[in-house]
Structure formats: C-alpha cells, structure tokens
Design a binder for this molecule. Structure first.
Ligand code: SF4
Ligand code: ZN
Length: 726
C-alpha cells in the first residue's frame, strides 16, 4: 500500500477520533452519561459498532468504551524511516475512523445538530432496511455507490447520478468538497432525491459516510444471518455479496482517506476523479483498492469494472431508460407533457381475466390518437385495458396485477404513475415525449413485464389503449361494475369465510422468529400484505414466504386461536412460539418484526389501550415514543400488552376482539384520528356507540396516562364500564 495514502489515512483517523472524543464529552456534559443514544427506529443499535464488536450501545457511557477501542485501534503514525508496506495499520485506522464517526453522528441525535435536516436524511430505519435491503439480496439492486464530495459542476453531478441510477445502483451521498455537496448539486438541478429514487443524501459532513457502511453492516446481519460481533464474516459477506464502492469526487483530504480506508475493510474500493496515489495490486478488495484520476465520462463505467459488477438491465424496446430507480421519480407540472386523467378527462386502468382463447398474446393496440395529437398541458381521456389469461390465473389475482401496474409503468423514466382504477392521473414528461415515448410503449412494457414477473400464472397478455371519449365512456361502465363486484367479494370476506390463512415470513431475514399470520380481516402488520396478496404470493411462488395455513380445530373463537395455526407457528417461528391468539394483544399476541404501521400498548390506569402510528414521533401516554416502543416490541417477539399491526386492523371487526375490541381504544395521535376517523365511527356504530370518535383522546387533549384517564371520565368513555384488562 502506498506510503502517502497510509499516512494520510492514519492522520485522518487521529483527527476524527479526536473529534469524537470532543463531541462525546460535550454530549455527556450536557445530558449525562446515562442519556440514551440511538439511531431512530432500529433494532440494530449503532450498526457498525454493533456488527463489528457485538456491543449494543444504549447510552452515552457505552460510547466511552467504544472510544477506547477506537483509540487502541489507532496505529502509530508512520514515519519515513520505519516504513512497513503493511495494509493492516491502515485498515485499523479505517475501522477506528468508522467507530469514531458513529460516535459523532450518534451524539448528534442527542445534542444536535440533527442529522435530519433539509435534504439530508440521516440513518435509515428498519422499515427502509426491510424494503431496500432485500433488493440487494434478490438482485433488484446490484449494490450502492457511496459518493463522497462534489462534482466540478452541477451538470457533471447530474450525469453521474443518472448513469448510476441506470445501473440500478443506490447512490448514497455524504461529505462535501469545499463546502459543496454532490446532493446539493442534484438538488439545485431539480433532481428528485430520496429512497424512492435511490438517490439518498445521508449528510453533508464526512462523518455521514458511516450511514452507507452501516447499511452494509446491517444487511450482513439481517440478510446474511451473521451474528453481531462476528466482524470477519460480516466484512467477508460484504466483500462477496454487497457490490459497493466509494466514488470520491473532488479533493481527497486526510479525513476522506481515513474513510476510504474504512471502506477497504469491507472490500469496497475507492475510485476518484482527482490525482491521488493509486493502489492497484489486489489484496483485500476483489480488484484494485484505489483508482484515481478517472475522467468523469468514464468514471461510472470504471467503478462498475473495478468492483466487478454484473449489471443486468432488462432490455425493453422503448425509447426511455427503464428500471426501479426511476419508479420513485415525480414529474412536476412544469415538466409534464400531458396527463392521462385529470380535470375534465376520464381515465382508467384495468386488468381482467379472460378465457385462454379470448386473449391474443402480444397484441398491443392504440385505439384513437396517440400522444403527438395532444397539446402540451392537456388532460387526456384514456383507458388502459389489459386482458390476461393463463391456466393458473384466478379472478382474485386481477387487483394484484392491477396494483403491480404502478411499478411496471412507473419504472419507465418519463412516466409518473398515480392512482388506480378509474382514478388514475398518469403524467408523461416533456423529456420522455421528446425521446419518443408514446402510449403504445405502455402496452409494450405491460406485456413484457407481466410475463416476466408472473410467468408462473399468466400465459397471455393483450393490451388495448383507448383515447376516444365515446369508447372510454362505454368502457368505464363496464370496468366500474367489475371494480364494484370485486369490492363486494373482498368486503364480504371474513376470517370465518375462508378455510385457509396465509403466512408471511419475508421479515424473517432480520427477525428470524417472526411470522405474520395474514387473514382476510387482519393484513400483515406492515399493511402491505392482504390475505389476497398472501394467496397470490403462494400461487405465484409456492416455496416463497407466503404459505397456506390450515386453520384446523377452533381452540378459542373469541381470541382467534386454532390448532392448525399454532402448529404452523411452532414450525415457522423456528420452534420459538407454540400458541397464537390472533385477536389478542394480551395473551400470545402476534409476533412483531419491526415494520408495523402502528403499535398498540396497554394503558393500565385507564383499562384501555393507546395506538400510535409511525408518523407520530412525539412522546405518547405510555411514556415511550414510537421508536422506543418499536425497539421493545420488534425483533420477532411476542410481547403481551403490546402488539404491532396495520392501520387497517384498527377498524377491523377482529381488532383485539379477545381483549374487548375497539371500545378499549382511548388514545391515538390526532393525525391518525383524522385519517381513519370515518372508519372508526362506522365501526363504533356497529358496536352501538354514538359519538365514539370524540371520546378518544389525542396529544392535544392528553399527554400522560393520568390526563387520558381524566378525559375518559369527563366524556364517559365506554371503556370505563368494561371488565379489567389484566
Ligand atoms: Fe414482513 Fe409481515 Fe409485512 Fe410480510 S406481512 S412483509 S412478514 S411485516
Ligand atoms: Zn417486517
């Protein structure tokens, strides 16, 4: 390893460790040693430290211990006389840097400045980890580029970002070059950032680079099943499985060298646009460690080559780039050519099942004008009518494919897919139109991608796109009655009306004992897997995470306990849990992974429960914030008195039926109350309560359990007359 790099990295490590020492001192002086410290909503503690040392940092005093470890890792500053070409020292300096930076960022969450600020997002929480991390495992995303610094111009920044997106890579951004950050350049150019577009701005300081490497560490823990503290296997997993690299733009100072050294521990090379000493011989990384002076128009290509990425881009015959990175992209009004739907226009999209001989596979027709016939800014009446057929196709899958259109169409750059059914409002960008994008390409995309994703059940796909008003008026009648019929079928579906439930164990990748038992009246706790989704999931991938569960003999009707479900749970939870009361939060409640939309918690004083959703980050009457509750309830445990669940479940007839049902609900955040208020009222009326919604407290009414109780007595909440909960 080059001498210059080594000394720079080691110098940088010393500086950052010193900075961590100062920051920690400041934090302890202002908040005390016992002050809690965490990245929000995660069960992985402070992730690099946790995965490398096995130490679960919970308080500032735990950081003191880590600081000592970081100091011990610091190698002697190399001097010219006793130079050893030994990579180990540099790697240690790199690891010390990462520990120190986690201390700094962790302290920021305690005493500020808050890492979440403006465009900057700070640490990824566990929901993001589940949604995004899995993409690294299933290959949807080949890896990530940790972009450090800034490009010489905004245009170059945009170009590099687009190229990385086209390769389906996540772009993690941190640090700055002389006060300017890559993410700020994208922001200036109006590029949409966020997890949805895979352009993720972590933080403006170099220390925010740990959010990228922390993501990698967590991926190894959750998806690689690697134990905390097993640093060797964690680093090896990353070297072999996570295709990541550092893209250093602009001057590379000591601190950036130190971070590059940290990344080399993971086998992630650094590729730079400036003239820094190269380290070409291979060793820890799969290929070169540091490659410098790469011109901007070649740099993405070089990164891919150095890290040995195999990028597979589905080739569709359409004139715009296509891939998941483009799905989250919004098209603003001023960038829009036309929209399908919108004011004064009528539009719909529909997937219908037909007999096999009624569908002509691959036939794509546009009946009426295509896009060039419309004026810029028009709202266009349009109907996207998809017929599918297949021996394994079932009517119940129609809505699943229809919902899938959101992704399939949205992944084309230039199409912004919004809404569903007869309430669509898809925007087509000026840029896309100019590139040649037309309505017939919608058909090409749907035909190709439906086959690709659902080949197991669909044999034929035919797409017709209508733009004549009279056709649309006629078809709207037809599809609306189909939608209605479909709704009736699902609305009538009860847990009693089906012989089978479905499991979802997708989250076992990071909560190995967690099992969602998905029933018609209780979707998965993340809110995104309904019973129908579970059923379709099973039919599509019979060995996948959705398995049928025979209910078997009823053990307790009210609590929702069945023999078959218990047997299934025992196996599927890796023999951790033997019993499940589907409708109780007090005895054998459902396990919780970490993705729950809401958590319900007992408020013992009130004889009732509070329900808090993820968007509410303030203190709740149970004395814990959502993040603290999540840490306690999550991880695949049954926690009596607490349960994670979807929003939908709150107004289900089966909502904690065993514990008294909806009438136990005494506190929810105001915003959630407004969101699901009408459904709560409706359900309460079925139960015979008038004006129930107004009797539920929120944060503007009561903040402590005592205040909640006082309010309940003032309004005479029905919970007061229920039997004790414990
Ligand atoms: Fe995870 Fe449950 Fe959602 Fe499946 S249904 S993804 S297991 S939270
Ligand atoms: Zn989950």
């Amino acid at each position: 390893m080059s001498k210059i790099i080594c000394s720079a990295a080691i110098r940088g490590a010393y500086k950052i460790v010193k900075q961590a020492e100062d920051k920690l001192k400041e934090a302890i002086e202002s908040k005390g040693k016992d002050c809690k410290v965490e990245f929000p909503n995660t069960g992985y503690y402070i992730p690099i430290i946790y995965s490398m040392t096995g130490i679960a940092v919970k308080t500032l005093s735990d950081f003191e211990q880590i600081l000592e470890i970081a100091k011990k890792l610091l190698p002697p500053i190399p001097d010219d006389k006793f130079w050893l070409p030994y990579l180990g020292h540099t790697l240690d300096a790199g690891m010390a840097t990462l520990f120190a930076e986690e201390i700094i960022e962790g302290c920021k969450y305690v005493i500020g400045p808050n890492p979440i600020d403006g465009i900057w997002l700070g640490a990824a929480d566990d929901v993001i980890m589940r949604e995004r991390g899995i993409e690294f495992v299933d290959g949807t995303a080949p890896g990530f580029a940790a972009v450090v610094g800034a490009a010489p111009t905004t245009e170059i920044a945009v170009k590099i970002a687009r190229e990385l997106q086209e390769k389906n890579l996540y772009v993690f951004m941190s640090a700055n070059t002389h006060g300017k950050a890559f993410a700020e350049q994208l922001d200036e150019a109006g590029v949409q950032m966020g997890w949805e577009t895979r352009l993720v701005p972590f933080g403006k300081e170099i220390t925010a680079t740990i959010y990228s490497l922390g993501f990698a560490s967590r991926a190894a823990l959750s998806f690689g099943g690697i134990q905390p503290g097993d640093f060797r296997r964690n680093l090896l997993y990353n070297k072999n499985r996570i295709f990541a690299f550092v893209l250093a733009l602009g001057e590379v100072d000591d601190e950036k060298y130190a971070n590059a050294a940290g990344a080399i521990n993971y086998g992630f090379p650094t590729i730079a646009d400036t003239d820094i000493p190269q380290i070409l011989p291979t060793g820890v990384c799969t290929y070169e460690h540091v490659v410098s002076n790469v011109p901007h128009d070649k740099i993405v290509e070089k990164c891919v080559e150095v890290r040995g990425l195999k990028v597979s881009v589905a080739k569709l015959d359409i004139p715009v780039p296509y891939g998941p990175a483009f799905e989250g992209e919004r098209i603003r009004k001023e960038d829009m050519y036309v929209e399908l739907g919108g004011p004064k226009a009528h539009a719909f999209e529909y997937v219908g099942m037909r007999e096999i001989n009624e569908v002509e596979d691959g036939k794509i027709e546009v009946i009426g004008h295509d896009l060039e016939a419309f004026k810029e800014g028009d709202s266009v009446s349009a109907g996207i009518y998809v017929k599918v057929a297949g021996r394994k196709m079932q009517k119940d899958f129609e809505p699943i494919f229809e919902r899938r259109m959101h992704h399939l169409l949205g992944e084309a750059q230039g199409i912004f897919h919004m809404g569903q059914r007869d309430m669509i409002r898809h925007r087509i960008s000026k840029e896309g139109f100019k590139a040649g994008l037309r309505l017939r390409h919608f058909g090409i995309i749907l035909h190709a991608r439906l086959h690709e994703e659902f080949g197991a059940i669909i044999d034929k796909v035919q797409v017709t796109i209508y733009t004549k008003e009279e056709d649309i008026q006629k078809l709207l009648k037809e599809v609306r009655s189909a939608f209605h019929e479909r709704d009736m079928r699902v609305a009538d579906m009860t847990d009693e009306s089906v012989p089978l439930f479905y499991s979802c164990t997708l989250c076992q990748s990071f909560a190995p004992t967690h099992v969602c038992v998905v029933t018609p009246e209780r979707p998965g706790l993340c809110g995104s897997v309904s019973w129908l989704d579970g059923k379709a999931g099973y039919e599509i991938t019979p060995t996948g995470p959705n398995q049928p569960i025979e209910k078997g003999k009823v053990i307790d009707e009210t609590f929702g306990e069945w023999e078959g479900v218990n047997t299934f749970l025992y196996q599927a939870s890796n023999r951790q849990f033997e019993r499940l009361s589907t409708y109780s939060m007090m005895s054998n409640p459902m396990t919780s992974c970490g993705c729950f939309e809401c958590i319900s918690a007992l408020l013992p004083l009130t004889n009732g429960i509070m329900t808090v959703d993820r968007d509410f980050t303030e203190m709740t009457p149970c004395g814990m914030k959502f993040s603290t509750l999540a840490g306690m309830v999550g991880g695949g445990q049954q926690t009596p008195g607490f349960v994670g669940h979807s929003k939908f479940y709150i107004t289900s007839k089966k909502f904690i039926r065993g514990d008294g049902g909806l009438s136990r609900l005494v506190w929810i955040p105001k915003a959630l109350k407004e969101e699901i208020g009408p459904a709560i009222e409706k359900r309460a009326q079925e139960l015979g309560f008038e004006g129930f919604l107004a009797k539920i407290a929120d944060e503007t009414i009561a903040q402590t359990e005592e205040e909640v109780l006082k309010f309940l007595q003032d309004v005479n909440h029905p919970v007061l007359s229920l039997a004790p909960m414990i």
